[in-house]
Design a protein around this ligand. Structure first.
Ligand SMILES: *Cc1c(COP(=O)(O)O)cnc(C)c1O
Length: 443
């Protein structure tokens, strides 16, 4: 595998107190004109980013363990992406695939057909955001089955539009005051190994979900079942082994479209191209976004050709879906993932995190360390209990920010710190950030 190429020094270099004067000035301008509902978890205004670092408006180089929420998996200025975008933007910025089509769109769909799990014939629709992809997956499943009901896992996050708010379970900040929500959405109990009252197998957790759906909705009314193979915002919850295959088998038995949302965990993040590959699961439809676009807005629904082709011509798409610049960026990102073997790099990141942070489990306020690949979270609890401690997670994240390390929090209780670095982060830079985390979490 070829090694990543960087154009910014891969180092933590602080030249002002954090945040610096230029970032503070921008924050004041922002307060006057940007809606309060749009929040930023870090105080740095970005000027440049590459590999594992982000250089702010004051010239501070900070270690970025967020990667724009798992988007810049190849880095925020990877050579293939930059080159493809520059070339594409000079040719044409937009034409709308709905009026005058172009090659980039088709080429991204070819890559998705090849890379996503399953050897069956597949088709794709490209859209602009993850939420839009999830909305379209449900539209397509309803059209294909002629059924209305949607089953979705508890602790799920699928977006902020009206339909996806209904699918998401975390009330604050995503739902409170924004209803009414779309009907015919049924949340089933999912697998959450750390928080089961008694340890149960994946098959048992799936059977609990199935019993719930059969008794409260009825299998024959369900258009689809939607699940993140690793729950993202919910706290990087990896379901117990056997859970996903059991749900898949039940869906197939009852003509329910099995949809996996790999928007956060897909495209090498989990240490495989797609997280569902860990259990050999092949969803009927898969939603992708985030890392797919190499930093530009792009999302997709890919799935079995006969399901995808159910919707009538003109029923799917939009003005910007599969914008040519996003498609060019995506092809550059996919090429980079292959050339630099990013699944292997994600697995190496997991080993580094497990060896540095794993030993904290059970001591003090660290209740659990979990995840896969470069998608790892630490769950904070009140010492000696499983009672969530969001204040502790927030405090650790904030201390790291002031030391020049960007980390994000997550979890249905907001009590997890998550690590989502670019998969190109150099090993020594990751180690430096993890040492700072271990020190903050042990104080
Ligand atoms: C981020 C995310 C979404 C929503 O994507 P947007 O592009 O923010 O609309 C949906 N599902 C999952 C699993 C996500 O992580």
């Amino acid at each position: 595998m070829a090694d990543p190429i960087y154009h910014l020094a891969q180092e933590r270099r602080l030249v002002t107190a954090l945040p610096g004067p230029r970032s503070k000035e921008l924050a004041a301008r922002r307060d006057a004109v940007v809606a309060k509902g749009v929040s930023s978890s870090s105080p740095f205004y970005v000027a440049q980013a590459d590999g594992g670092v982000l250089v702010d408006a004051d010239g501070n180089s900070v270690i970025d363990l967020g990667a724009g929420i798992a988007v810049t998996s190849v880095g925020a200025s990877a050579p293939h992406v930059v080159h493809n975008v520059q070339e594409a933007v000079a040719n044409f910025t937009h034409s709308s695939f709905a009026t005058t089509p172009y090659e980039g769109y088709v080429a991204v769909c070819e890559q998705l057909a090849e890379l996503t799990p399953g050897t069956f014939a597949k088709k794709t629709v490209l859209v602009n955001s993850g939420a839009e992809a999830v909305e379209n997956a449900i539209k397509i499943a309803r059209h294909a089955t002629g059924r209305a009901a949607v089953a979705v896992a508890e602790n799920a996050f699928h977006g902020r539009t009206n339909l996806t708010m209904a699918l998401t379970t975390k009330a604050m900040p995503y739902k409170v005051g924004f209803g009414p929500f779309a009907p015919e959405i049924y949340h089933f109990p999912s697998s959450n190994p750390f928080r089961e009252p008694e340890p149960i197998t994946g098959e048992q957790a799936a059977q609990r979900a199935i019993d719930y759906l059969e008794t409260t909705v009825g299998a024959d009314h369900l258009a689809c079942l939607l699940q993140e193979p690793i729950q993202g915002e919910g706290g990087f919850i990896v379901p117990a082994e056997g859970y996903l295959p059991t749900l898949q088998a039940w869906c197939h038995e009852h003509g329910i479209v099995f949809i996996l949302d790999e928007i956060q965990c897909g495209f090498c993040r989990s240490g495989k191209w797609f997280a569902c590959e860990y259990e050999g699961v092949e969803p009927d439809l898969i939603t992708t976004a985030k890392a797919l676009g190499g930093g530009l807005p792009l999302a997709a629904v890919t799935g079995r050709a006969e399901i995808m082709d159910s919707a009538q011509a003109g029923g799917l798409g939009g003005t910007y879906g599969g914008n040519p610049i996003s498609c060019a960026a995506s092809l550059g990102a996919i090429e980079t993932m292959k050339e630099w073997d990013l699944p292997a790099r994600a697995r190496a990141i997991e080993s580094a995190i497990r060896s540095k942070v794993g030993p904290l489990v059970g001591s003090g306020s660290v209740g659990d360390v979990r995840g896969r690949g470069a998608m790892m979270a630490v769950e904070f609890v009140k010492p000696g209990t499983k009672e969530p401690d969001a204040a502790r997670a927030g405090q650790v994240a904030s201390e790291l920010l002031h030391e020049g390390v960007i980390v994000l929090t997550c979890g249905i209780y907001g009590n997890c710190v998550r690590f989502l670095p670019s998969l190109t982060i150099p090993a020594d830079l990751l180690d430096e950030a993890l040492d700072l985390f271990v020190a903050a979490a042990s104080r």
